[in-house]
Write a protein that binds this ligand. Structure first.
Ligand code: MF3
Ligand code: CO
Ligand code: CO
Length: 289
């Protein structure tokens, strides 16, 4: 059933279709007719949803800022998990990971060769020389924000520092490539090209994702890709970019013991940074900044 120009827009803005998403839908339709993979309406957020996801992302950033103050040599990842839970709940939020598909803790903390989904533990103490990813997802009034940062603990080797720095550059290049009317493949291409130019390998199996009304939504966002391929990017999409970059080989494996912890197969270090971004008519906005 086709919406009339004067019908209420599908996005539930309350506006007439002609004054809301009609022009954009027609533009998307032209790309679809050309053979492009285009986003479904569920991948495009309305103003109310964007406002809610912006608030959740803001709290998510406050949580990461709190962690930044406490993370140091000698603290256990279990203690960081407790601090995060208490802080999040005190602000009216809920840590997204807690009980998500059976995940046992409130945050993912991934050290050195752990690529992602490291489970905090009171017996795991941060050591000088560690590089650590803290990946925070916060639910606030039903909306989700998701971001991660790397931390260098004490005296870290130059080669590990370089991995952390280049991975952040990969994220920032991916973010700059995430333009309206570009394609998801442009993001992966920007990330993978920079990683490989620096002698690193990008993890292939795990990608970014739509986010906002749930922790993981479509589309899946590959961190490798080719320009002009994969899904069309349009204003109103909200997704993460979260490249995992390995010092050695790209291959990763999930722990058979806990079912969560992802490690590099060669046990060489891996780094990851993550943003949640909103695609705007003129570019994008990092919501987790
Ligand atoms: N924050 C992670 C991401 O970036 C998801 C963690 S899911 C968990 O997608 F269950 F492992 F916490
Ligand atoms: Co995350
Ligand atoms: Co994510």
């Amino acid at each position: 059933m086709k919406l009339g120009r004067n019908d209420a827009c599908w996005c539930k803005s309350g506006k007439k279709y002609k004054n809301c998403h009609l022009a954009m839908d027609e533009k998307i339709q032209r790309f679809a007719e050309r053979g492009d993979l285009v986003p479904t309406p569920e991948m495009i957020k309305n103003e109310e949803q964007i406002a809610g996801i912006r608030e959740a992302s803001k709290l998510n950033t406050e949580v990461l800022d709190m962690i930044t103050e406490h993370i140091q040599e000698g603290i256990s990842t279990g203690e960081l998990d407790r601090l995060l839970y208490e802080f999040t709940v005190s602000r009216g939020g809920i840590p997204g990971p807690l009980h998500f598909e059976g995940y046992p803790k409130s945050v993912c903390i991934s050290i050195n060769e752990v690529v992602c989904h490291g489970i905090p533990d009171d017996k795991q103490i941060l050591q000088s020389g560690d590089i650590v990813n803290v990946d925070v997802t916060t639910i606030y009034h039903g909306y989700y924000g998701d971001a991660s940062r790397m931390y260098c603990i004490g005296e870290v080797s130059e080669e590990k520092k370089r991995l952390v720095r280049v991975t952040k550059e990969c994220l920032d290049l991916g973010q700059k490539a995430a333009q309206p009317w570009a394609h998801l493949g442009d993001i992966g291409y920007a990330i993978n090209t920079h990683a490989e130019a620096n002698g690193y390998k990008v993890v292939v199996e795990i990608g970014g994702h739509g986010v906002g009304l749930a922790m993981h939504e479509d589309p899946w966002v590959s961190h490798i890709g080719q320009p002009g391929t994969d899904m069309l990017i349009v204003p109103g999409m909200i997704f993460t970019i979260e490249p995992m970059v390995n010092m050695g080989a790209a291959a990763v494996e999930t722990s058979k013991e806990d079912g969560w912890t992802v490690r590099t197969v060669d046990r060489k270090p891996s780094a990851q940074w993550e943003y949640t971004i909103l695609i705007t008519p003129n570019g994008n906005e990092i919501l987790t900044k």
